[in-house]
Design a protein. Structure first.
Length: 122
């Protein structure tokens, strides 16, 4: 293998990399005025509109939000292991739901059991 010779990183390129192009332009006002003079001769100057950050538009999803808020784990309590045999189709649905919500299957099962056992008194 032949080693490629790297392009040397001069101060201007390093400054541009760290601080961005706008900082480089601020430090070199003479070059900018020269560029703007040549630009005005060749083509008209276009007004630049400020670029606004794109904010995600959230669609109303009350059921999903409610589910996600309930997936928060309560305070620690002693646990007892429970083994459950599920039909293959139910297990597949549980796996899909876990993948979509980025949660563990056990968290979803606990949430569903909590919902089912709300009315049961201790």
């Amino acid at each position: 293998m032949t080693a490629k010779k790297r392009k040397p990183l001069d101060d201007a390129l390093a400054h541009e990399f760290v601080y961005g192009e706008s900082a480089l332009r601020e430090n070199l006002p003479n070059q900018e005025t020269v560029d703007s003079d040549t630009q005005s001769e060749t083509q008209p100057i276009l007004e630049q509109q400020p670029i606004l950050p794109i904010s995600p538009i959230s669609a109303p999803q009350p059921a999903k939000f409610n589910l996600m808020s309930q997936l928060q784990q309560p305070s620690k309590e002693p646990t007892i292991r429970l083994t459950v045999d599920l039909p293959e189709s139910m297990h597949r649905k549980l796996s899909v739901l876990a993948a979509k919500t980025s949660r563990k299957k056990v968290e979803i099962v606990r949430l569903l059991l909590d919902e089912a056992l709300k009315d049961v008194e201790e």
